[in-house]
Ligand binder design. Structure first.
Ligand code: G1P
Length: 294
């Protein structure tokens, strides 16, 4: 069946990394469980997927990541205790997380790179287009970024990666796309390079961890040899996909936070806290106080 005729129902969320950029916080807990205000990063990502219409979330995990699975399950003891203490709203918050989606987890037994992590999902995804969301990238937008990409995928019957323009000195942090602009926001992708030096980058359009892909990517990943850092790179698999099928890049609407980076994490924390009515004024006062003291 053609790619366009199948609805995107599944999302793959790779969560097998060691989180070394966030040590010592990640020594005993998965980095995905670090909260932005009071919501674990992984929950923000799953919420984006669910708001985009995703039903099944395929989590690629590793050893010591059980806390993530527990977070998306019921916690009977906690919920029962909260009910008995007349804290029904809190009990409901806990239950709602478990009811959010079907969570299917697959262990990536060896850390062989992002492309390999996505390939681990092949038996569950099957022959359907699917989304990939990376957990270090938080994207704040009215229409979820993944939804924006799904709409293009449905209209064009093509795989699509979300992109944002970055300064030349930042291209080496991302997968970078190159190709022909079809309109002011959409590119027909012909080349992809993982973390190029500024002089080798085909453009300044970077992929901040949002993809809607044809299942043909799996065969491409099987054929992809280790690349940058000796790892099987998703970007290299996409280069092969672009040679076989139509691949688009879409400059999505939204603000992206790199929560895998300390400053990006603080940025996201402030932005999300200022949006919470019960916290905003307190945070504003606190910021004024700290800035005055420096
Ligand atoms: C990964 C991908 C890269 C992408 C980036 C987005 O790199 O390999 O192509 O642009 O995520 O955050 P990482 O940051 O995991 O090294």
């Amino acid at each position: 069946m053609a790619l366009a005729t199948k609805r995107v129902r599944k999302a793959v969320i790779p969560a097998a990394g060691l989180g070394t950029r966030f040590l010592p916080a990640t020594k005993a807990i998965p980095k995905e469980m670090i909260p932005i205000v009071d919501i674990p990063m992984i929950q923000h990502i799953v919420e984006e997927a669910v708001r985009a219409g995703i039903e099944d979330v395929i989590l690629i995990t590793a050893r010591n990541k059980e806390a993530i699975e527990n977070h998306f399950d019921y916690n009977y003891e906690l919920e029962d205790t909260l009910d008995k203490k007349q804290k029904k709203e809190l009990a409901d918050v806990s239950r709602a997380i478990a009811g959010m989606c079907n969570l299917i987890s697959i262990r990536q037994k060896n850390p062989m790179g992002l492309g390999h992590a996505v390939l681990c999902a092949a038996p569950v995804v099957g022959d359907e287009p699917f989304a990939v969301l990376l957990g270090d990238d938080l994207i704040d937008s009215r229409v979820p970024c993944t939804r924006q990409l799904i709409e293009i995928q449905e209209r064009e019957g093509a795989s699509v990666v979300g992109v944002m323009e970055v300064p030349a000195d930042e291209v080496s942090k991302y997968g970078i796309v190159g190709g022909r602009m079809l309109d002011s926001r959409t590119m027909h992708v012909e080349r992809l390079v993982e973390k190029p030096a500024a002089k080798d980058a085909p453009s300044r359009f970077a992929i901040p961890g949002r993809y809607v892909l044809s299942p043909a990517i799996f065969q491409c990943l099987r054929e992809t040899r280790p690349g940058k850092g000796g790892e099987i790179q998703l970007t290299d698999g996409l280069q092969l996909l672009a040679q076989r099928e139509k691949l688009l890049a879409y400059q999505f609407d939204g603000t992206r936070y790199d929560t895998g980076d300390r400053l990006g994490f603080i940025d996201a924390t402030l932005a999300f806290a200022l949006r919470r009515p019960e916290l905003a004024e307190g945070v504003r006062q606190m910021m004024k106080k700290h800035l005055a003291e420096r």
